[in-house]
Design a protein around this ligand. Structure first.
Ligand code: ZN
Length: 90
């Protein structure tokens, strides 16, 4: 019970924003603290991270050739990857 604790709603919205890496350190710390005791948000954060990794890998490596999916052109892939990297910490 503290003023500094965030609700699950706040935390999940911040976790969503943290995907583009623009979250202030203070918010990231508060998320971590919340995750220490909140199983639901911890799971949510894992899912988001998994999704992010999967997305990045798909953009980076493209779909497997045998999958038959059209995929992105190398130029589009580079552009999207660049956008993702730009948002991240230097
Ligand atoms: Zn929570």
């Amino acid at each position: 019970m503290g003023r500094s604790l965030m609700s699950c709603k706040d935390v999940s919205s911040l976790i969503g924003q943290s995907l583009d890496g623009r979250l202030p350190l203070a918010d990231r710390i508060r998320i971590r603290v919340h995750l220490l005791f909140c199983e639901a948000c911890k799971r949510f954060s894992f899912q988001v991270r998994f999704l992010e990794k999967t997305m990045e890998a798909t953009i980076r490596d493209g779909p497997p050739p045998e999958s038959g999916s059209p995929g992105l052109s190398p130029e589009a892939r580079e552009r999207i990857l660049g956008e993702i990297r730009k948002g991240k910490n230097p």
